[in-house]
Design a protein around this ligand. Sequence first.
Ligand code: ADP
Length: 298
Amino acid sequence: MGLAVENVSKSYGDLSVLKDLSLTLQKGEIVGFLGPNGAGKTTLMRILTGYLTDWEGRIYFDSEDLKSNPQAVQKKLGYLPENNPLYGDMYVKEYLSFVGGLYGKNKLPIENVAEKVGLQNHMSQKIHTLSKGYKQRVGLAAALLHDPELLILDEPTTGLDPNQLHDIRQLIIELGKEKTIFLSTHILSEVEALCDRVIIIKSGEIVLDTALKRLRAKEKQIVEVTFDYRVEITALERIKNAAHVKNIFDFKYEIEFDTPEDRRPLVFDFAHDNGLKILSLQHKSKNLEQLFNELTAS
Ligand code: ADP
């Protein structure tokens, strides 16, 4: 068992935001929650954390019912809200003790949690002096203090620069080894990099709920590569399984392969054999992007 959401509906006045929505989260999964802006992602997350109480349906965590025993469920959940509101004037350690106090526990593993999220050398710093990536770490530490089983992360990487993005994603992968993670995002590549499963929501209804593995098995892959020099399209088309090659911009090419097998090593070999340097290389799943566009088009 894990979390079960059964037939949940929620309206704000006349606006129906969640419509008879059901999903389950199994222990140990990292699940990506995708949808266009306004689809209802934050609303569901706020319901799960007990912040919103006026809704219909049933939600359980193991055998605990959220409506009749919210505290029992809240103990098992950690929440990193969108925009991660923090008290900038507090020192990191002070803030974590303060949040710990809200859980009503006097002995909290603050140092352990700080180390887990890489904050151990920043404990005496004021929060407003930290970079956005480190502020996210403080938010994550706060969400982890009571050792929850499920972490709910609302757009955890929005606004991060590429280095911070990489670090926070690594951290989420690490945390996912011990915890169930439910994370909302509108970045498809993030779901591909982090998640075992994807749930897509549109106008308050689930339009896709599937394991990434199943998508990958069917997928055509696209490799986007930038070389340091111009390359003949016909030469790139000779790489094994290359089905279609497009020159996107200057020395940047998109190669579509008709196999789910990772063909990046062959692109490296191609560059090496032709005396080229690779300036960037990105792997994209055509299926997820296509599915998302098809399923969420209005
Ligand atoms: P998402 O997180 O997917 O962007 P939200 O759950 O934030 O979507 O919002 C879903 C819909 O509910 C949007 O149309 C939004 O404007 C509306 N909404 C969200 N919060 C409120 C609120 N407190 N009062 C009224 N409408 C709201």
